[in-house]
Design a protein around this ligand. Structure first.
Ligand SMILES: O=P(O)(O)OC[C@H]1O[C@H](OP(=O)(O)OP(=O)(O)O)[C@H](O)[C@@H]1O
Ligand SMILES: O=c1cc[nH]c(=O)[nH]1
Ligand SMILES: [Mg+2]
Length: 199
């Protein structure tokens, strides 16, 4: 996290560290993944273990910055399906605008794992979780690198009344948001740090 925060870290290193960190967070985030018993034959005797249940989990990166977390996640669950949501925050109003959405219409009974490095006001993550819940997802795990207390509160407010099991896994909770809605001390604009500055 310290190297990610450092403004002198270049994009290539930022991407690599994001991927590595996500794989560690994914270890934590998959604790509650649904599995079923599976028996295999070892050279010595039958052994019972587990395999992922059907339907398989759906991993949902929030474009653009969430894409930097996808590879690290699918390393851990290579058989997961992937759906996409594209959102950009209007930097004046701080409201998210959805510009892309490629998800199955029916997510009934699906566990969804949402990826976005930054949970700031919570608007983008809350909007994405709402998409998933509206389509029937019944278990949500969000993985973020950094969260602001304000964003965590917003997510709680959305999710508690829905009574859907939800887990938020973060590498660090920072102090606050600044007047521009940026996480303090944070790491700046995660999308820009990963892929370069856009205007
Ligand atoms: O919690 P919020 O206040 O909604 O802010 C967080 C969002 O802002 C960033 O995306 P951004 O809008 O910069 O788009 P990008 O990924 O294309 O850079 C970040 O990746 C989150 O999606
Ligand atoms: O600090 C922040 C807040 C929103 N989005 C980012 O990328 N960084
Ligand atoms: Mg951005």
């Amino acid at each position: 996290m310290t190297v990610l925060r450092d403004e002198s870290t270049d994009s290539a290193t930022f991407r690599q560290l994001t991927e590595e960190l996500v794989t560690l967070l994914a270890y934590e985030a998959t604790r509650e993944i649904r599995v079923e018993p599976a028996t295999v034959q070892t050279p010595v005797a039958p052994a019972t273990g587990v395999r992922l249940s059907d339907p398989r989990p759906m991993v949902v990166p929030i474009l653009r910055a969430g894409l930097g977390m996808l590879e690290g996640m699918t390393k851990l669950i290579p058989t997961a399906e992937v759906g996409f949501v594209g959102m950009v925050r209007n930097e004046e109003t701080l409201q998210p605008v959805t510009y892309a959405e490629r998800l199955p219409h029916n997510l009934a009974g699906r566990q969804c794992i949402v990826l976005d490095p930054m949970l700031a006001t919570g608007g983008s993550l809350a909007g994405t979780v709402q998409f998933l819940v509206d389509r029937g997802a019944d278990h949500i795990t969000c993985i973020c690198l950094l969260a602001a207390p304000e964003g965590i509160e917003r997510l709680k407010e959305l999710l508690e009344p829905l009574q859907i099991p939800t887990t938020l896994v973060v590498a660090a909770v920072d102090e606050k948001l600044n007047e521009k809605g940026y996480i303090v001390p944070g790491l700046g604009d995660a999308g820009d740090r990963l892929y370069g500055v856009t205007d």
